[in-house]
Design a protein around this ligand. Sequence first.
Ligand code: F6R
Ligand code: ZN
Length: 193
Amino acid sequence: MHPFSLSSLAKENLETHLDLPSGTIDHRPRVERRLSDLKGCFRNHEAYEEALQKEDALIYAVTSVEPATGDGQMHYGLGILYPGKIGNEYYLTKGHLHAHRVAAEVYVGLQGEGQMLLEEEGTRESRLLPFGKNTVVYVPGHTAHRTINTGSDPLVYLGIYPSHAGHDYLPIAQKNFRMVVVEKDHRSTMEIR
Ligand code: F6R
Ligand code: ZN
């Protein structure tokens, strides 16, 4: 029997259930990111410190499903990114490159409205793509990706990626993204950091 065959995988790995309002999947492990985890992500450091003094708010959570790990296998995660702003910058995810750089990812928007900021590692070319309910974004390999909630409801989405993708947060922690997404005249707009 192949280690990743239909008969080797338990039913709970073949079928799961999404709960969009809470952004959870059955009783799968859920990682929460609070404002204190996002130090350095926002351009306006003063506004960040001020908001943190008030409350270490929950910004987003990711629930992961990892049915099998190995060549050809897939993992997926359900993200819920809450609405809000630090100064005029919308709530966002930390953002990362995949440790296995060639690994791509498919993002499927399920609820809410936002954007995805992509930045190619070598050239640092940026793309800001509308992302939300019924939108699918393909994130190529070698591309840093960050999710941004520009709406007033939680942004809920699935990220589906090769099991070997992994996360590399270091380049973003060191250099951040070149671009920021801010609210200006009641619209979201991209600016150089
Ligand atoms: C997985 C992936 C998503 C993110 C999630 C949270 O490769 O891209 O599931 O992990 O959007 O963002 P980060 O990981 O940047 O905190
Ligand atoms: Zn990813």
